[in-house]
Design a protein around this ligand. Structure first.
Ligand code: C2E
Ligand code: CA
Ligand code: CA
Length: 718
């Protein structure tokens, strides 16, 4: 440093040179102290002193060098700025320090030339400093500006790229897209949406979303929409229709999403619309196919059940429903004889007639399958309205149906159920309609029957009885009462009729008219009849042991079904053998219909029984199909005149002459054929007296004894 000073100050004397070096050092120290706190510079104090020593050398050099120049001071101003001594007080303190101390440190106070040179150097330093500082500020501003520009370019480019991508997606998307404000004003639509709705974008942008909705939209679509624009939901997805410009409907999957502004308030809505019309039509067709009968085009069972179920879903407490369950009479015959093709055409014709005769809201005609149809009346106003429908339908079927040159007459049976929905179910209605249809058939077909709960209760009881009868037989719930057949002449008991009863655990004691017919229908009459026969024969055997010759025969009723049972003869023989009862102590009662007009086998069986020694009686004679002439060919021993004729013989005088005549004719005819005659249902002594006079052999009835257990009638035997 000292050497540097000597080189830069060549004209200085050597003694003076030493003083200058010390002055420079001292001034640099003071300068550093004065300005170190004015600016932020990344230097230690020692480094600052070092740096300022260099600048002081320059100033001192300029001050002492001839000729005098201020350029070095200008340079010092620049270097101060370059070293970041740019604080607001830096320049001020530097200038002050130069004026106050520089000459003192150089021990040159009082030199007027140096004073003016210092002033010039101060000015040059300040100028250099100011210039440098301005340049630096400008530089910095430019750097910032450039940085800002750079940054903006970047952001814009990124934005442009993302917007371009978005535009491309939006414009070219296969799915329809649209943007609207929260009032529903359309702002943007893409090509797909324009195509889908048939509007150009220009027109769509003038529309409000609401005007594009479909009048048949369900209310929930609107609820979702309002919630969305109020900001209560962020999106919703529905399947709904839009109205195209040509007024056609487009079925869509619509997703609407809400776009919020920076404060979270609803700003826009974005709709994505997928055309699902084809799918929808296909679904509709599949649904139609699933719910309609392909042959007649009528709604099928599934659709009917759906509608019936809905009718029961109503909240209207007083709602009623009416139903006609219809089945063609004798359709099977037509189908089997004329072929399925004609059968099918007949069903189509019937379907058309049904459809034509039934009209109005809440009415549905459906084909249930086969030749069964059903008519549903929702919101029925009462029995009469549905009965009217049934009448109309029956009338509509009266005219012949012409198919392929055939004139087919067709009729139907209809079961009608009409009732309030409350307290019943669709399954109940269907079951009762089915039962009622069966009644219409049983009552003679080509008619309607109306559901009747009492009739149903009777049938249910019948059903219960017939279902429990086999177990009842096993559990010995049946028993036999006996009623005497009394000789009118001397009141001797000739025979005893066995009459079965059922001690039912639930219904109590049941008379045979409650269950014999049922047993005939189910076939249980065969084992039941066999059981009665065995009981009666065993009883007769006990009486034979007790009363010997006075023992009456037992008279056991034989049902039609039993008389046709191939095992009858063998059964009777076996039972007689088991009971060790002589055959002549057994009489079998058969009705006329069981004997006459039948095939040969029953007759042969009767002959075999007769040959065995068993008595055969015709029961309830006069009530059925009577072929008196035929009687002579039959193996019969006794005629039992039905109790209904006794009515006319009731009063001693004033008797019905016709009844009296018939009875007397029957008696003489029977006698002519060698048969004995027993009159049933004898209740009064007058009747008994008249019968006796007519010549009737025996009587049976309450006058003599009510049916009862063996010990009740045994006293009468002797
Ligand atoms: P049924 O063979 O004509 O039997 C006579 C019926 O007349 C009996 O009715 C008897 O109680 C009733 N009766 C007797 N005396 C009088 C009278 O003075 N006045 C009136 N009004 N009725 C009288 P029940 O016991 O109810 O039997 C009804 C029918 O049930 C019988 O008519 C018979 O057809 C059938 N039945 C009874 N037991 C059997 C049986 O074991 N097998 C079969 N297959 N049928 C039976
Ligand atoms: Ca009888
Ligand atoms: Ca009878």
């Amino acid at each position: 440093m000292t050497g540097w000073t000597k080189q830069r100050v060549p004209g200085m004397r050597s003694a003076v040179g030493d003083e200058v070096v010390a002055g420079v050092e001292a001034f640099a120290e003071s300068w550093a102290t004065a300005i170190i706190g004015t600016s932020y510079v990344p230097m230690t104090k020692a480094e600052v002193v070092d740096h300022l020593r260099g600048l002081t050398d320059l100033l001192v050099g300029a001050l002492l060098t001839e000729p005098f120049r201020t350029a070095a001071a200008h340079e010092v101003g620049i270097r101060l700025v370059e070293a970041h001594f740019t604080g607001t007080e830096t320049l001020d303190r530097t200038i002050q320090l130069m004026g106050d101390e520089l000459l003192g440190e150089l021990r040159r106070d009082g030199d007027p030339v140096l004073y003016s040179r210092i002033a010039a150097l101060q000015g040059a330093l300040a100028a250099g400093y100011a210039q440098s500082l301005r340049e630096r500020t400008l530089d910095e501003q430019e750097a910032i500006r450039e940085a800002v520009l750079d940054a903006r370019d970047h952001a814009e480019a990124a934005l442009r790229a993302s917007e371009a991508r978005f535009r491309a997606v939006f414009a070219e998307a296969a799915i329809g897209m649209g943007i609207s404000d929260t009032d529903g004003n359309v702002l943007e639509v893409n090509q797909s949406l324009q195509d889908m709705l048939g509007y150009p974008a220009s027109e769509l942008r003038q529309r409000n979303l609401r005007s594009l909705m479909h009048e048949d939209d369900v209310a929930s679509v609107w609820e979702f929409y309002e919630e969305l624009v109020r900001g209560e939901r962020d999106h919703f997805r529905v399947e709904k229709r839009f109205k195209r410009r040509d007024n056609q409907s487009v079925w869509t999957h619509l997703t609407i999403s809400l776009v919020r502004d920076d404060d979270g308030r609803p700003a826009y809505q974005v709709a994505m619309v997928e055309d699902v019309t084809d799918r929808h039509l296909l679904q509709n067709r599949l649904r139609y196919q699933a719910l309609h009968d392909p042959l007649t085009g009528l709604p099928n069972r599934a659709l009917f059940l759906e509608r019936l179920g809905k009718a029961f879903d109503t909240s209207v407490v007083s709602a009623r429903v009416g139903l006609c369950y219809l089945d063609l009479d004798g359709f099977k015959v037509i189908n089997d004889s004329l072929g399925h093709d004609i059968g099918d055409q007949l069903l189509v014709a019937v379907a058309r007639r049904l459809d034509e005769s039934v009209s109005g809201d809440g009415m549905l005609v459906a084909r249930m399958g086969g030749d069964e149809f059903v008519i549903l009346m929702e919101g029925s106003t009462g029995t009469q309205s549905i009965v009217d429908v049934a009448d109309r339908v029956l009338t509509s079927l009266t005219g012949p149906v012409r198919i392929d040159g055939h004139e087919l007459s067709v009729s139907a049976s209809i079961g009608i159920v009409e009732r309030a929905i409350e307290g019943t179910t669709s399954a109940d209605v269907m079951r009762d309609a089915d039962i009622t249809l069966y009644w219409a058939k049983a009552d003679g077909k080509s008619r309607w029957a109306l559901y009747d709960p009492e009739r149903n209760a009777r049938e249910v009881a019948r059903f219960t009885l017939s279902a429990t009868m086999p177990a009842a037989l096993e559990r010995d719930e049946f028993y036999v009462d006996y009623q005497p057949l009394v000789r009118l002449e001397d009141s001797k008991i000739l025979g005893v009729e066995a009459l079965v009863r059922w001690q039912h655990p639930e219904f109590g004691r049941l008379a045979p008219d409650r269950f014999i017919e049922l047993a005939e229908e189910t076939g249980l009459i065969v084992p039941l009849g066999r059981w009665v026969l065995r009981k009666a024969c065993q009883q007769a055997r006990r009486w034979l042991d007790a009363f010997g010759d006075a023992t009456p025969f037992v008279s056991v009723n034989l049902a039609v079904r039993q008389s046709r049972d191939p095992a009858l003869v063998a059964d009777v023989r076996q039972i007689l053998a088991e009971a060790a009862l002589p055959p002549h102590l057994l009489q079998l009662e058969l009705t006329e219909s069981a004997i006459m007009g039948t095939a040969d086998e029953p007759l042969e069986a009767l002959r075999a029984l007769s040959d065995m020694g068993v008595r055969i009686a015709i029961d309830d004679f006069g009530t059925g199909y009577s072929n008196l002439a035929y009687l002579r060919h039959l193996p019969v021993h006794e005629l039992k005149i039905a109790g209904s004729f006794m009515e006319g013989l009731r009063a001693a005088d004033g008797a019905d002459p016709v009844d009296a005549q018939i009875v007397s004719t029957l008696v003489s005819l029977a006698h002519a054929l060698g048969l004995t005659v027993t009159a049933e249902g004898v209740e009064t002594p007058a009747q008994a007296e008249r019968l006796r006079r007519i010549g009737c052999d025996a009587g049976q009835g309450w006058l003599f004894a009510r049916p009862g257990p063996p010990d009740h009638i045994e006293p009468l035997f002797s």
